[in-house]
Write a protein of this length. Structure first.
Length: 226
């Protein structure tokens, strides 16, 4: 499979059969290498309701016919706006034409501004995606939690972990997360988008290597195969 970093926590995953976008924050993110209008995709997976994770979900659904996979509240929200959706909740998995998606716990909030107020958008989640014989974990926005050791039991080929601090775990806790998750490869996300989440990803990768983990830092627009 091919994974392309789209900046912040957004990624494009290309399986043997489908194009899947995680947490699209594109048109309002100056570091995004692509606009929603140009990002053809079949599915959009949204970890939680914050705008920096779902800003372009509806546009991708409308423009490209992509189905939105998210927690029940978010899926119902987009279904009412005319999108194809599939709602899940943590612990629940479902088989899709490209593979299997399981929502996992995350420690974080989840809301979206609608009509001048913030609406509760269900619980924040992580995502365990299995396709083409590989297992990928997108942690969403989260604090460190020791039940990451349970997620590790899937045998992770790739883990996408926030390191920005302030809103999510920072580098110190992300290093502990690697001890729990033990992925073959990890990619940092959710950093440097704004000054408050500025981090040295190369330093994080070096510290991870010292602890026996493999971290690859991707520039927005860069692709890796796994
Ligand atoms: Ni968030
Ligand atoms: Mn966020």
């Amino acid at each position: 499979m091919q994974l392309t970093y789209l900046g912040h926590s957004a990624f494009l995953l290309e399986t043997s059969t489908h194009r899947i976008v995680f947490d699209p924050f594109l048109d309002q993110n100056p570091s995004s290498p692509v606009k929603a209008a140009d990002l053809r995709c079949d599915y959009v997976i949204v970890s939680h309701g914050h705008e920096d994770h779902c800003a372009d979900a509806l546009a991708l659904a409308q423009r490209h016919g992509a189905a939105i996979i998210a927690n029940y509240e978010i899926s119902e929200h987009y279904a009412k706006l005319g999108a194809k959706t599939h709602g899940l909740n943590p612990g629940g998995a479902h088989g899709f034409p490209f593979g299997r998606v399981k929502l996992t716990p995350a420690i974080h909030t989840s809301s979206t501004e609608i009509g001048g107020g913030r609406r509760y958008m269900g619980i924040a989640c992580g995502v365990l995606l299995s396709a083409d014989g590989k297992h990928l974990y997108h942690a969403g926005d989260t604090a460190l939690f020791s039940d990451m050791a349970l997620i590790a039991r899937a045998g992770l080929d790739l883990a996408l972990l926030p390191i920005g601090d302030n809103y999510t775990m920072g580098p110190d806790d992300a290093l502990l997360a690697l001890d729990y998750l033990r992925p073959k490869l990890a990619v940092p996300m959710h950093y440097n988008t704004w000054p408050i989440i500025a981090q040295d990803a190369a330093a994080f990768a070096a510290r991870a290597a010292t602890a026996g983990h493999t971290v690859r830092v991707l520039r927005p627009g860069e692709t890796l195969g796994f």
